[in-house]
Design a binder for this molecule. Structure first.
Ligand SMILES: [Zn+2]
Length: 145
């Protein structure tokens, strides 16, 4: 497989992926202890973390405006669920944090794996196997070894 130096964008994406994973793990931990949500009274839109999940909703936090923190003690886990209140007044989406973690960890691991350096003994420019090479020049790409 040819090796290319990672672009600046890809380097940023790799580190952003790691940060995202760390943020998700931290949110997961926090959500086992507290529900943290933000609600906007004028639009009735809200969102936050609660019981191992990320949630977005419309009309759930009626009468609440701004940040809202509540103990998560005794609450049950939430599952992936687009939901709507029986009268249609409240609706939202619940996304378990483990799903977000699997998604970002998988993507991040793939980015890091793809940019791994060729092992010593392979051409550092193109990844060609230089075992037994005595010329000091990669026959594949012409790079000095
Ligand atoms: Zn080469």
């Amino acid at each position: 497989m040819p090796y290319h130096r990672p672009s600046r964008t890809r380097r940023i994406a790799k580190w952003a992926g790691l940060v995202a994973c760390a943020v998700i793990v931290a949110s997961w931990y926090v959500s086992t202890r507290w529900m943290i949500a933000y609600a906007d009274e004028s639009t009735a839109l809200g969102g936050g973390i609660d019981r191992h999940a990320l949630l977005f909703c419309h009309g759930l936090f009626t009468g609440l405006d701004g940040w809202h923190v509540e103990s998560a003690h005794g609450r049950r886990d939430m599952f992936l669920l687009p939901w709507a209140g029986s009268d249609g007044s409240a609706q939202g989406l619940i996304i378990p944090l483990w799903m977000l973690f699997v998604g970002s960890a998988g993507g991040t691991a793939w980015l890091w794996w793809r940019d791994r350096r060729p092992p010593p003994g392979d051409c550092q420019a193109c990844g060609y196997d230089l075992t037994g090479n005595t010329s000091g020049v990669c026959p594949e790409c012409g790079e000095a070894t």
